[in-house]
Design a binder for this molecule. Sequence first.
Ligand SMILES: Cc1ncc(COP(=O)(O)O)c(C=O)c1O
Length: 430
Amino acid sequence: MPSPREIAQSVRSFTRKHNSWFKDSIPLIASENVMSPAAREVMNSDLHNRYAEGLPGKRYYQGNIFMDEIETICESLAKEVFSCKFADVRPTSGTVCNLAVLMAIAKPRDKMTTVALSDGGHISHAKIGATGLRGVKTFNYPFDEDRMNIDVQGAMRLIREVKPKVALFGQSVYLFPTPLDEIKDVFSEVGCTTWYDGAHVLGLIAGKRFQDPMRQGMDVVTGSTHKTLPGPQHGVILSDLAKDGLESSLRRGVFPGVTSNHHLHSVAALAVTLAETKEFGEAYAEQIVRNAKALALALHTRGMDVLCEKHGFTESHTLVVDVEEFRGGAVVAKSLEAANIIVNKNLLPWDSSPIRPSGIRLGSQEVTRLGMKEKDMDSVAELIARVARGEDPETVKADVVELKRSFTKVHYCFFEGEEAYDYPSYDGDL
Ligand SMILES: Cc1ncc(COP(=O)(O)O)c(C=O)c1O
């Protein structure tokens, strides 16, 4: 039986191993990113140890003099970056945002239209997740598999038929903007509240390189702040408060609804990230999309079945590859992992078995943050194709490590060029 000291030591050791593994790996999970040095600095501060229920100036705890300043800055930066009247920066993740919004705008047995899980919708939009927990009934939009997007006529028909309390949009597999302008007449016709989950594309929205759901009339926008927006694992709720009572119900949904303390260190790191987004966000978002398109094309020219060729593969950070011919998503994702290329298996709309997905999902946002450009996407595509074609992952791994050596520093931020994988550590074993 290992001693407590040995147990803690093994956790330290696994953490170090994880760090060096990722330093040597190509990270292509579409929902991840690395924080900037300045954001990491405040994330590691004493703020992590504190409590601050409520809002600045109206707290249930003492000790928040500086936290009030930080949260006020964070909220006004969020309103500025997303050009809106209201921001709540307290939710501790995208799912927590979604729970808070469900508390605010829907009641048990209300109806909500959503994208199906198999079409790239998120688990928090589904019966088995936060939406089911709130007792809300879901109805899925018909999906256009050719465009990997919701079908405009079908969505309008569904909304007219169901007359939902809430129409929710947004996906975890998000290749192209949702056709909100095409659908929007039906929203006022049925009088539903509109909600856009921008978890994946928040950084692209901030960088003006995707649709702008707020300008397209969405009542509420939610998002994670650690995917294309390269901040801490946290969430944000945005609104222009076009509907009466929305501000107070959203505030109540967050606290006391679904949070108590709201992770103060993350709010500070989010404030730094939003300040950096103001300065570098547009250049970053532009390069993310360029890299996603370049990676898609480079894989396609190597004979891989990247979806939506006819439509330019992608307009976001994400691309999806059907790898059924290479023994399916699970096998390919595992083999890529053995070569230090980190991706996830992904269900495609035509898959019949949820446990045997035929696709993989790739995202360009993190490698872009680490300084990769279009020509590097060609090198990455070659490494992926070699693994998919059955080359020994160990051989490919040596080339992955070699390529990654030039991409371990963080870009599009203050203190640009600092190492992404360093973390504070104490010498010696426990
Ligand atoms: C569309 C969508 N919404 C919400 C979430 C949940 O975000 P979080 O992991 O921050 O809870 C995700 C996560 O990937 C997502 O893709």
